[in-house]
Design a binder for this molecule. Structure first.
Ligand SMILES: NC(=O)c1ccc[n+]([C@@H]2O[C@H](COP(=O)([O-])OP(=O)(O)OC[C@H]3O[C@@H](n4cnc5c(N)ncnc54)[C@H](O)[C@@H]3O)[C@@H](O)[C@H]2O)c1
Length: 311
């Protein structure tokens, strides 16, 4: 019987699969004291976004697998895991559709002024219809940064659903689907796009990829959507651009830091929508991700090859 530490809340289906396999499950509910105490003799850790640096993993003497609930593994010290024979798994595709739908929703909600107009309807009444007009997205240009699992879904939603022209910047792909244009320079995408949506990994190369200079290249009418990772955008520069009308709006499911400080201008700016890393929190994705994350643990502990192994 193995001990599994679950650092953050997950859909119950995963823990059920773990206990059905004869394992003991311990919940930390984001409490770092509990994590530090329970990881010491844990055989497996099921983690969402809590940071697992090598210094913490090194205290886990029985650790055989870190199972990421999701796909963004930047919170796990992969070098430590590689060096110490700890498997690391992700749950590819399990939440991609939900994240793409969230990005799509942020884009349209901003474009149509849904939040300010519905608020004004309650306060000023029908005159809210005189709010500044929204934007029609059909035929506009989507700038997609990172055409992986999530990027491909949003590409289809925008190209086939809204007849948008899609331009892609991703230096690591070999081809793009028919009807989609690939650009070699990020600056070209930023200059041309009406909406820029981020779906790349957070790496040393993509940290602050969207900085002050690059924000300045975007159209003042453009929207920026980030459902990837907060540090990909220089948040101070983004706030400045939004405050100065250098950018029309931003839809952010991820921020830097996370959570957003209660005093952050992001909560005050009328042209910003922030959600708390909520994109994959749909019934369907939560179930699939929890299930696959648990199956990965059960596989490794049974000496089998897990589906989502990255280390
Ligand atoms: N909001 C959320 O809760 C949530 C949920 C799931 C995933 N994510 C984020 O979304 C990211 C993408 O997920 P995915 O499943 O599509 O991953 P993926 O690995 O399938 O795709 C990532 C893409 O980014 C590209 N890329 C890498 N470096 C790049 C660069 N410098 N410039 C442009 N593109 C680059 C890769 O070539 C790849 O095509 C994850 O890394 C994660 O950070 C967020």
């Amino acid at each position: 019987m193995a001990k599994i530490l679950i650092t953050e809340s997950v859909h119950p289906i995963g823990p059920e699969l773990l206990t059905a396999a004869g394992h003991t499950v311990v919940y930390a509910d984001r409490d770092m004291d509990v994590i530090r105490r329970e990881i010491v003799d844990a055989d497996a850790v099921l983690v969402r976004i809590i940071e697992l640096p090598g210094s913490l993993l090194a205290t886990a003497k029985n650790l055989k697998i870190v199972s990421k609930h999701g796909v963004g593994y930047d919170n796990i010290d992969l070098d430590y895991c590689k060096a110490h024979g700890v498997a690391v798994t992700i749950t590819p595709n399990a939440n991609s559709l939900s994240v793409a739908e969230h990005a799509f929703t942020l884009m349209l909600t901003l474009a149509k002024n849904i939040i300010p107009v519905s608020k004004e309807y309650r306060t000023v009444g029908f005159a809210a219809k005189n709010h500044a007009p929204g934007i029609e997205m059909t035929g506009k240009t989507l700038g997609l940064i990172g055409m992986g699992r999530i990027g491909k879904h949003i590409l289809h939603m925008c190209r086939d659903g809204l007849d948008m022209h899609v331009i892609v910047y991703d230096p690591y792909i070999s081809e793009v689907p028919e009807g989609v244009e690939r650009v070699g320079e990020l600056s070209e995408l930023l200059r041309r796009a009406d909406v820029v949506t981020l779906h790349c990994l957070l790496t040393d190369e993509t940290r602050k990829l969207i900085d002050r200079e690059r924000l300045a290249l975007m159209k003042p009418t453009a929207l920026l959507i980030n459902c990837a990772r907060g540090p990909i955008v220089d948040e101070a520069a983004l706030i400045e651009a939004l405050e100065n009308g250098r950018l029309a709006g931003a839809g952010l499911d991820v921020t830097d830091p996370e959570p957003v400080a209660p005093t952050s201008p992001l909560f005050k700016l009328p042209n910003v929508i922030v959600t708390p890393h909520y994109a994959p929190a749909t019934v369907e994705a939560a179930t699939r991700v929890s299930e696959i994350a648990a199956e990965n643990i059960n596989a490794v502990l049974a000496g089998k090859e897990p589906a989502g192994r990255i280390v």
